[in-house]
Design a protein around this ligand. Structure first.
Ligand SMILES: Cc1cc2nc3c(=O)[nH]c(=O)nc-3n(C[C@H](O)[C@H](O)[C@H](O)COP(=O)(O)OP(=O)(O)OC[C@H]3O[C@@H](n4cnc5c(N)ncnc54)[C@H](O)[C@@H]3O)c2cc1C
Length: 417
């Protein structure tokens, strides 16, 4: 998404070439259509949740590509937490306004602990808690009982695809950001999905390129210096000469491709400081990962095992169909009626990542080498991905009308970022 966004923004000002190692474009935006009841229904296996309100740049980019209000579906992000092998759920949060199926909340002491923790985390967030403070350090300072930690670690562990005990090593602000503001006993937070799948944005960006070229199924294997520019050697053996390179791949990949460039030599340890975890997803029709009783079903259902925590998303309240998307890397009971599978690599937001992001930002643009994508700053999301792409495009093509339209810096507007 970052690479395509940069290319679309600078198209016409520069001649961009987007290399994509895979056969399809979109990276973590991976949508599949399933024919249900005679109509195609789209499901996102990777990036799925967004917010037109909290994601202003992504929303503007989508609007520029013709997406309207009808293309976003509201999803009440209700939550159930199950312990593997136990019949009764640990908690079942609210699902508002009217769930449309008989539903019983299970709030109790687990809910109280979670709500209290998130309220305190929100206070820390408001007071500008340093991004480098780890989650376990934050819990220590709050005096949180160690016996409650498996529950508190379960949410970020599922979000980032790591083991629950690893969640304590994540940046507290990054680990809790996705859950803040929504854990009240009287309502569920609301997120939005793209009705036709987020991958449709990638295709819209790609088909609206006039000068830029996309090279799918063509990975870059090496970037080498050539005079004042660079040569990109790809998997077909071809060599492409360029003036500038935007690395829109995970930093450890950049280290492999280009670590020996003069302009990146000092960044070796920085580029490899970004840890990723593989997460496998399945889209399925059997309700594996769901509570035994319908009254406990939520849109997000989390199964907590001895050393793992994985989610199952139920699409009933979104698309009116009993289709589920589950993380299936570690759970003991696997779905059998599988419609699609996909694997992703998820960035773990550790304090080392926060420090590495600062070093990369200081290096941005040196020797015409740029960094764009989910890893560049802040929290890995569709919004930061688009924002990082827009900021790189603005440096490469300050006069590009598309950059001005996206950043709201056209004549007559007052955004001076
Ligand atoms: C499973 C998952 C779910 C997520 N869910 C959400 C969500 O609900 N909401 C949200 O806001 N954010 C979510 N995110 C975060 C965020 O949206 C993504 O991280 C974002 O899509 C990243 O885009 P990107 O362009 O930076 O990187 P990527 O999507 O990783 O794209 C990098 C691309 O580079 C290609 N590539 C790699 N190596 C090479 C090479 N050598 N040569 C050429 N090409 C190469 C890859 O094939 C890939 O297509 C999710 C992330 C993941 C992994």
């Amino acid at each position: 998404m970052a690479g395509l966004t940069v290319a679309w923004l600078i198209d016409g000002t520069h001649e961009a070439v987007v290399f994509e190692r895979g056969r399809r474009i979109g990276g973590n935006a991976r949508s599949v259509a399933v024919r249900l009841g005679g109509r195609p229904v789209w499901f996102d296996l990777g990036t799925q949740e967004m917010s037109t309100e909290d994601y202003p740049l992504n929303t503007r980019l989508m609007r520029l590509h013709g997406f309207g209000d009808e293309d976003f579906v509201e999803v009440p992000a209700s939550r159930t937490v199950l312990r593997e092998g136990e019949e009764s759920p640990l908690l079942v949060g609210p699902h508002e306004p009217d769930p449309g199926w008989p539903r019983t909340k299970v709030l109790g002491r687990h809910w109280d602990r979670l709500a209290e923790f998130l309220t305190r985390a929100q206070e820390w967030d408001n007071t500008g808690l340093d991004w480098e403070v780890r989650l376990d350090e934050m819990l220590d300072s709050l005096g949180t009982d160690r016996r409650n930690r498996p529950l508190l670690y379960a949410l970020p562990a599922a979000l980032f695809g790591c083991e629950p005990r690893e969640a304590g090593t994540l940046s507290a602000r990054a680990a809790t950001a996705a859950f803040l503001g929504g854990q009240r006993s009287d309502h569920a937070p609301v997120t939005e999905n793209v009705r036709g799948g987020l991958e449709s944005l990638a295709w819209s960006l790609a088909t609206d390129l006039h000068v830029a070229r996309i090279r799918p199924d063509t990975g870059v294997v090496r970037v080498r210096q050539s005079g004042s520019g660079y040569e990109l050697v790809d998997t077909t053996g071809e060599v492409t000469r360029v003036e500038a390179v935007v690395f829109a791949v995970p930093p450890p990949v950049t280290a492999e491709l280009a670590g020996s460039l003069d302009g990146l030599r000092d960044l070796g340890a920085t580029l490899t400081a970004f840890p990723y975890r593989r997460v496998d997803y399945a889209l399925h029709r059997d309700p594996v990962g769901m509570p035994d009783r319908l009254e406990h079903w939520s849109t997000n259902n989390l199964t907590l095992g001895e050393n793992h925590s994985e989610t199952t998303v139920w699409y009933g309240p979104v698309h009116g169909v009993d289709v589920f998307r589950s993380q299936v890397s570690r759970r003991s009971r696997q779905p059998s009626k599988v419609l699609a599978r996909e694997s992703f690599r998820q960035l773990l937001p550790t304090p080392e990542v926060v420090r590495a992001q600062r070093r990369l930002a200081a290096h941005q643009g040196t020797d015409n080498l740029y960094f764009a994508g989910h890893y560049a700053f802040g929290i890995d999301s569709q919004e930061t991905t688009v924002e990082s792409a827009a900021l790189v495009a603005r440096r490469l093509a300050p006069s590009s009308p598309r950059v001005a339209r996206l950043l709201g810096t056209e004549e007559g507007s007052h955004d001076d970022r």
